[in-house]
Design a protein around this ligand. Structure first.
Ligand code: SF4
Length: 295
C-alpha cells in the first residue's frame, strides 16, 4: 500500500513539474527546501529534526513515582511542530497556482510561443485548425484580451479577424491607434467547438501562457473584452456588469473590463458604454479624447 501511494505521488509530482516546465517555469527549483524533498521523502516519516524546530524552551515533568523511590523529575524539551517543506501538489493547474510562482526572468514572447508548441494540453486541440497565439506590438502599452478564437481566427491563426475583430479594429482606430500599436490575444488559444465558451479546465490549462504574454509585454493597461477574459484575469465569479468600466488591477497593472465586440454586434446600443470605457483608457495612455467616434 505504501509503495502504491509513493508511485501516485511521484506521478503527480512529475506531472506537475512537467506542466510548469512546459510553461518555461523553472524558478521554483530555486526553492531549496522544496527541491530538496524527493517524492520518496514525502511518503516516509520525516526525520525528527525535519519535523520539529530546535527546542529552546524546556519544561519539567514529574514522572510517576516508582515503588520505594522518590518521584523522578525530568526535563523534556517543548517542541513546536513544523510542517516539512513539501511543495503542495495542485489538483488542477490554474491561474491562482501560476500566480504563486515567480515570474520568469528574461522571458520573451518567442519563448512563450515555443513552450506552447503544438499544444495538446486540453481537448480544444483536437478540433482546432490553427493555434491563435496573439498578434501586435510586443512592447504595447495596451493589451486587449478576448475569450477565444472563432472560425475566422481558427482558419487564419490570428486573433480578432472576423466581424467582431473588424469592430475591435474600428474601436482601436477610434482611440487614435492602429492594430499594430496594441497587442491582442485570447484566454484560450484554440477555438472552442461551435464557438461555445471555454470550459474551466481549458481556461486553467491555457491561461498561464496568457499571463506570461502579459508579463513579457508589460503593458500600461489591459482591457478585458468580455466576461471570460475578465473573470480569468481577476479570478472572480462576479458578473462583468458589476465591474465593467472600473479600474481594477492584474499583477500590478491597470485593468479595465468592457463588453466583447461580439456582444456589441448583437447589442449595438452598448457601443456607447464601451466607448466611455475606452475613453478612460485613452486618458490613462495620454491619448487625445475625440468626441463622437464610437459608431
Ligand atoms: S486551448 Fe491552449 S491549452 Fe488547450 S490545446 Fe489550445 S493552446 Fe493548448
Amino acid at each position: 500500500m505504501a509503495e502504491r501511494i509513493s508511485e501516485i505521488l511521484q506521478k503527480r509530482l512529475s506531472d506537475w513539474l512537467g506542466f510548469y516546465e512546459d510553461l518555461g517555469i523553472r524558478l521554483f527549483y530555486s526553492d531549496r527546501g522544496a527541491a530538496a524533498v524527493r517524492p520518496s521523502e514525502q511518503r516516509s516519516e520525516p526525520p525528527a529534526m525535519a519535523r520539529f524546530s530546535t527546542p529552546n524552551i524546556q519544561k519539567e515533568e514529574t514522572l510517576p513515582k516508582p515503588a520505594g523511590k522518590s518521584a523522578l523529575r525530568v526535563t523534556t524539551p517543548i517542541v513546536t511542530p513544523v510542517s516539512p517543506k513539501i511543495p503542495s501538489l495542485p489538483v488542477a493547474a490554474g491561474p491562482s497556482l501560476f500566480e504563486s510562482v515567480d515570474r520568469i526572468v528574461d522571458d520573451t514572447l518567442l519563448k512563450v510561443r515555443e513552450d506552447l508548441g503544438e499544444c495538446t494540453r486540453c481537448k480544444l486541440h483536437s478540433t482546432r485548425h490553427k493555434i491563435v497565439f496573439g498578434d501586435g506590438n510586443p512592447k504595447a502599452e495596451l493589451v486587449f484580451v478576448g475569450e477565444g478564437p472563432g472560425a475566422d481566427e481558427d482558419a487564419q491563426g490570428l486573433p480578432f479577424v472576423g466581424r467582431a475583430g473588424k469592430l475591435l479594429t474600428q474601436m482601436i482606430e477610434a482611440m487614435g491607434l492602429q492594430r499594430k500599436d496594441v497587442y491582442i490575444c485570447n484566454v484560450v488559444k484554440c477555438r472552442p467547438p461551435e464557438n461555445r465558451q471555454p470550459e474551466e479546465e481549458e481556461v486553467s490549462t491555457c491561461s498561464p501562457f496568457l499571463f506570461r504574454q502579459i508579463d513579457v509585454i508589460a503593458p500600461k493597461v489591459i482591457v478585458c473584452l468580455g466576461a471570460v477574459a475578465a473573470k480569468t484575469l481577476l479570478q472572480t465569479n462576479r458578473g462583468i456588469s458589476q465591474f465593467r468600466g472600473e479600474w481594477l488591477e492584474f499583477r500590478g497593472r491597470k485593468l479595465l473590463a468592457t463588453y466583447h465586440p461580439a456582444y456589441l454586434l448583437r447589442n449595438p446600443p452598448a457601443k456607447s458604454e464601451v466607448w466611455k470605457d475606452l475613453q478612460k483608457v485613452m486618458a490613462v495612455l495620454g491619448l487625445e479624447v475625440k468626441k463622437g467616434k464610437s459608431s
